[in-house]
Design a protein around this ligand. Structure first.
Ligand code: NAD
Ligand code: MG
Length: 395
C-alpha cells in the first residue's frame, strides 16, 4: 500500500488524483491532504478518504474545518495549517509519494520538503520548477528523490523517451527535438485586435481541458506553453534548441519525441488528466484511470500549426527567458502570477499580461540565484515590481 500526500487536493488536479485513487484503493492510501480555504470540499474529502492529516491555509480555517467535521473524524484526523503544515505532510516518514498540485509559487516550499525527504514526487506544480530550475534538479539528485511529471505534455514525453533515459542524455539517446504540443487555447483563431477586450470568463473557457483558473488564463495566453518549455528543459536536461512547440488544436497527441533516424514517437489519448496522474502514480506499472478509450474511428482530422508571435508574445518571452537563465525565468513566473491575478480581478486587460511580464523580465534577468533563499527573494522582488507596474500604470 503506497501512502500518499496530496498537496492541493481541493483543486482540479487534486480532484482527479482522488478519483484515480478511489478506483485503486487496494494500492493507494490517502495519508494527508492540503486545501487552501475550501472547507466544505475538505469535509467531503475527509469523509471519503479518512486521511490522518489535513492542512489548511491558517488557524481560522483549521478551526472552521474542525467544527464542520463529523465527530468521529474530529478525533482521528489531525489538522495543521500554513507552510509548516504543508512541509510536515510533504516530508512525513510514513509518506511514500507526494502529489505536488498546489498552484503557483506557493507550492515551492512543500515540494522542496518532499524532495529533501527523498520522496517520490509527482509534479503538477510546474511553477516551482520554473522558479528554481537547476536547484530543484540538483536537490532531487542529492536526496535520492524521484521525480515523475504529471503535466500531460511532460508525462507524454517521459513515456516516449527510452526507458533508461538519464537526465541530459539527449545526444546519446539520438533525440533531435522534444515536440511540445499546445491546443492554442480559446483565442487561437480570434481576431488579434479583439484580444485586448476578452473577459476572464472567456479566457477560462478552454476548448479541451477543464482546469483551475490560473492555468486556464496561462493556456489562453500560451504562457502555459512557455512555462512548459522551461519545465521540459529542466525535467529532461536538454537545451532550448532541442525543444519545439507545435499547435495541435485537437489535444489528442499530448507531445512527441523526434529522433535523429527520422522516427517520431508520440503519446495519444483523450484529454483527461487522470491518464498522466495514473501513469505517474503507478509507474512503471499501469492502473485503471477511469478514462474512456480513444476511439480512432470518431476522431477529428489532426492538424498542426506554428505559434504566431504577434498573437502569443508570452510564449516567445518565455523561450527567450529560458535561454537567458534562472533569474529571467524566476522573474517571468513571478510577474505572470501577479499579472494573471490582476487580469482575473479585472484590473488589467488580457494583453497587458504580456506588457507586465516583459516590463519585469527586462529589469530583473541578471541576478545570480545560487540558493533557494535567493530564488525566494528574487520572486518577491519581481512580484513587487509587477504590482508597482500595474498600480502606477507603468504599462
Ligand atoms: P486549482 O486552482 O484547481 O487548484 C489549486 C490548489 O492549490 C487548490 O487545492 C488550492 O486550495 C491550492 N492553493 C491555492 N493557493 C494556495 C496557497 N497560496 N497555498 C497553499 N495552497 C494553495 O489548480 P489546478 O488546475 O489543479 O493546478 C494545480 C497545478 O497543476 C498548477 O501548477 C497547474 O499549472 C498544474 N497543472 C494543472 C493541470 C490541469 O489540468 N488542471 C494540468 C497540468 C498542470
Ligand atoms: Mg500541460
Amino acid at each position: 500500500m503506497q501512502q500518499l500526500t496530496i498537496l492541493g487536493a481541493t483543486g482540479s488536479i487534486g480532484s482527479s488524483t482522488l478519483d484515480v485513487v478511489s478506483r485503486n484503493s487496494d494500492k493507494y492510501k490517502v495519508f494527508a491532504v492540503s486545501g487552501y480555504s475550501q472547507v466544505n470540499r475538505l469535509v467531503e474529502i475527509a469523509i471519503a478518504f479518512s486521511p490522518q492529516f489535513i492542512v489548511t491555509k491558517d488557524k481560522v480555517s483549521a478551526q472552521q474545518l474542525h467544527q464542520a467535521l463529523p465527530s468521529d473524524l474530529q478525533s482521528t484526523i489531525t489538522l495543521k495549517f500554513g507552510d509548516e503544515g504543508l512541509d510536515y505532510i510533504s516530508s512525513h516518514p510514513q509518506v511514500d509519494t507526494v502529489m505536488a498540485a498546489i498552484v503557483g509559487a506557493a507550492g515551492l516550499s512543500p515540494v522542496f520538503s518532499a524532495i529533501r525527504a527523498g520522496k517520490k514526487v509527482l509534479l503538477a506544480n510546474k511553477e516551482s520548477l520554473v522558479m528554481s530550475g537547476e536547484l530543484f534538479i540538483d536537490a532531487v539528485k542529492e536526496h535520492g528523490a524521484s521525480l515523475i511529471p504529471v503535466d500531460s505534455e511532460h508525462n507524454a514525453i517521459f513515456q516516449c523517451l527510452p526507458h533508461d533515459y538519464a537526465y541530459g542524455d539527449g545526444e546519446r539517446s539520438g533525440i533531435e527535438h522534444l515536440l511540445l504540443t499546445a491546443s492554442g487555447g480559446p483565442f487561437r483563431a480570434m481576431d488579434i485586435e479583439a484580444l485586448a477586450h476578452v473577459t476572464p470568463e472567456q479566457a477560462c473557457a478552454h476548448p479541451n481541458w477543464d482546469m483551475g483558473q490560473k492555468i486556464s488564463v496561462d493556456s489562453a495566453s500560451m504562457m502555459n506553453k512557455g512555462l512548459e518549455f522551461i519545465e521540459a528543459r529542466w525535467l529532461f536536461g536538454l537545451s532550448a534548441e532541442n525543444i519545439k512547440v507545435v499547435i495541435h488544436p485537437q489535444s489528442t497527441i499530448h507531445s512527441m519525441v523526434q529522433y535523429i533516424d527520422g522516427s517520431v514517437i508520440a503519446q495519444l489519448g483523450n484529454p483527461d488528466m487522470r491518464t498522466p496522474i495514473a501513469h505517474a502514480l503507478a509507474y512503471p506499472e499501469r492502473i485503471n484511470a477511469g478514462v474512456k478509450a480513444l476511439d480512432f474511428f470518431s476522431l477529428d482530422k489532426f492538424s498542426f500549426e506554428a505559434p504566431c508571435q504577434k498573437r502569443f508574445p508570452n510564449l516567445f518571452l518565455a523561450i527567450d527567458a529560458c535561454k537567458r537563465g534562472q533569474a529571467a525565468t524566476t522573474a517571468l513566473n513571478a510577474a505572470n502570477e501577479v499579472a494573471v491575478q490582476a487580469f482575473l480581478n479585472e484590473q488589467i486587460r488580457f494583453t497587458d499580461i504580456y506588457t507586465v511580464n516583459n516590463y519585469v523580465v527586462k529589469q530583473h534577468s541578471d541576478a545570480r540565484l545560487e540558493q533557494l533563499s535567493q530564488v525566494i527573494a528574487h520572486d518577491r522582488l519581481c512580484r513587487e515590481c509587477a504590482t508597482y507596474a500595474i498600480e502606477e500604470r507603468k504599462i
